[in-house]
Design a protein around this ligand. Structure first.
Ligand code: ARG
Length: 581
């Protein structure tokens, strides 16, 4: 395992430089593999040692590097076979038989799903309770591409944090309050239909909402009725409340079904409505701390300008005394700290809300809530052109249906497709992986153009390719079930195709570490795509069938490791690996 080798090299460095070996762990990294195997397996960054004060930061860095390499070489050892100076780095080449043995050892012990997770790299990470808020659609309104992105990104972050040993609370914060309910309430009597509401709630609520909105544009009476209904709701009048409750309940039920298809779940369905009353308390607290200013039109604002000259303010109270989106968010954040005692809280929304969250955290800090420093916003870019064959996407379900239908079609066309019990289910899982990989390949902040054909390609860098590779490896395992034995001979894995996979496996913990640092899924996605490419070529070059028993055994161990790491990584991304396709 990477740990074993990193530790051995660190010990060596510690002895040579008379320092604690711990200090070297962060400066060591596994060498990334490009196509061909690398001569070195690990490298040490000399500039990191200079920055951390282990080596003098003055003087010629290259001389320093060469000098250190020479000293290290004197401490010969059976694990590290060769040491050489590169450009401000020191390269370490491991004994290749040991590389295979140590890396593949955990896979014979039934510890496949823990591979890489106990790495010492994670020792410095803070573990605790992480609250991740994601998806957060608005009732009766469109579920847009931004909500889909928030759903899958939030799910990834929650999965990652959980695998690294945190307690994770998954929260959905519904847009379940505000004037849209005034309109819905007023319009439902006129345009609503109980039957349709039962059959297709999301669709029907949306239709009613669109229709009543249109009416309200030119009809003052409708507008007035909406205001009246919303007031009744705010005053907790039972008829209004029970209609609202019904809308909310059926929406949540319906969403839960759709989230299930995506492989996503939530521990808590919270929403803006929960914090309506608390929002007024927040306003009072702001006032008592002298943070609330009333402006000309009667609205309440908080001055956020550095100079205190009101050049940048945030409105927290409308002139009619009602609260706003941010006021409810302030209340919600305070409520969550109290109830869930989180160590960190992560909000996932599109980048148009960067300023909103910045202001939210700023106001919390101004109120003396130092824990606001442990709240983070993960913003992402826009998706262009998310359309289905029947037109614009309104519901999440539309996207999932289309992904499944297209995938089913592709599967029926492909000659390689296997017989399976439930092709629809497989098509759904593979379709979802295609959506996820397309979305996660680049930096989250970048915008991208949605492209059905490209994301569903079987051979490109797609979710389909990940699934295909995984299914092939799984079937290789089955077909050879008798062969795989408890032991294997690592010296039979010294060929190029095996070594690149082993070298790549050494990097898995670093890649997870990197993702945990910046919460970007691209590191893991690209890692898994590369692992798939390597495994696919190894599969072609290293036959199992027809090879002598010991060779077959060793190769199967290698493939089973690749398959497990692929599956583990896919699960963190939010993809359910399929065994057959
Ligand atoms: N419902 C909001 C929207 O659709 C997103 C909510 C994000 N979370 C929050 N705490 N403000 O834009």
């Amino acid at each position: 395992m990477a740990c074993f080798f990193r530790r051995r090299i660190a010990e060596k460095l510690g002895r040579t430089l008379q320092q604690s070996e711990e200090a070297f762990i962060p400066a060591l990294s596994a060498v990334p593999v490009f196509k061909k195997q690398q001569a070195a397996d690990f490298r040490l960054s000399v500039s990191t040692l200079r920055i951390s004060g282990i080596l003098p930061s003055s003087g010629d860095i290259q001389l320093q590097t060469e000098d250190l390499a020479t000293r290290l070489k004197q401490d010969a050892d059976a694990v590290v076979e060769d040491i050489s100076a590169g450009c401000a780095v020191i390269n370490f080449r491991l004994n290749r038989t040991l590389l295979a043995q140590k890396t593949l050892e955990p896979f014979g012990k039934g510890e496949d799903d823990k591979f890489g997770l106990n790495s010492e790299l994670f020792k410095t990470l803070k573990r605790g309770t992480t609250l991740v808020e994601y998806s957060s659609p608005n009732i009766a309104k469109k579920f847009h591409a931004g909500h889909l992105r928030s759903t899958i990104i939030g799910n990834f972050i929650a999965n990652l944090k959980q695998s690294l040993g945190n307690r994770v609370i998954r929260m959905n914060y519904l847009g379940d309050w505000g004037m849209q309910f005034g309109l819905l309430g007023a319009g439902f009597g006129q345009f609503g239909c109980q039957e349709k509401l039962k059959q297709n709630p999301l669709q029907h609520l949306f239709e009613v909402y669109v229709q009543v909105n249109k009416e309200a544009e030119h009809d003052e009476d409708v507008k007035q009725a909406a205001r009246d209904f919303f007031r009744q709701l705010e005053q907790r009048e039972s008829e209004a409340v029970s209609l609202w409750q019904k809308f909310r309940e059926i929406t949540v039920d319906e969403y839960q079904q759709v989230y299930k298809r995506l492989g996503v779940h939530f521990d808590i369905y919270s929403g803006e409505s929960f914090h309506q009353d608390q929002a007024q308390e927040v306003v009072q607290q702001l006032q008592s701390r002298g943070l609330l200013k009333t402006v000309e039109n009667g609205a309440g604002v908080v001055d956020l300008s550095p100079a205190g000259d009101m050049s940048s303010v945030c409105t927290v109270l409308r002139s009619d005394g009602t609260s706003l989106y941010i006021t409810r968010d302030l209340a919600a954040a305070m409520d969550r700290t109290e109830k869930h005692h989180f160590d960190e809280m992560i909000y996932v929304t599109d980048k148009s809300q960067v300023n909103h969250f910045h202001q939210l955290f700023q106001i919390l800090l101004a109120m003396g809530h130092t824990w606001a420093d442990r709240c983070h916003h993960v913003p992402f870019g826009l998706v262009r052109g998310m359309k289905t064959r029947s037109g614009e996407v309104v519901f999440l379900e539309d996207v999932l249906d289309e992904a499944r239908a297209r995938m089913l079609h592709n599967m029926s066309q492909a000659k390689t497709t296997k017989e399976m019990e439930n092709p629809e289910d497989t098509a759904e899982k593979v379709g979802v992986s295609a959506l996820i990989v397309q979305d996660f390949k680049g930096p989250l902040l970048s915008d991208y153009t949605f492209d059905w054909d490209r994301m569903l390609q079987a051979r490109g860098d797609t979710g389909v390719f990940l699934q295909y590779t995984h299914a092939r490896l799984r079937s290789l395992m089955w077909r050879n079930e008798g062969v795989e034995a408890a032991t294997f001979d690592p010296s039979l894995l010294l060929d190029q195709a095996s070594v690149v996979i082993l070298q790549h496996l050494l990097r898995y913990d670093e890649v997870l570490y990197q993702s945990a640092q910046d919460l970007q899924p691209k590191h893991l996605v690209n890692y898994l795509l590369k692992l798939s490419h390597m495994s696919a070529s190894a599969h072609r070059e290293l036959p199992v069938k027809g090879s002598p028993q010991d060779v077959a055994q060793a190769r199967l161990r290698l493939f089973s490791a690749a398959c497990s790491v692929l599956a583990n990584g896919m699960r963190i991304l939010g993809i359910t690996p399929v065994d057959r396709m």
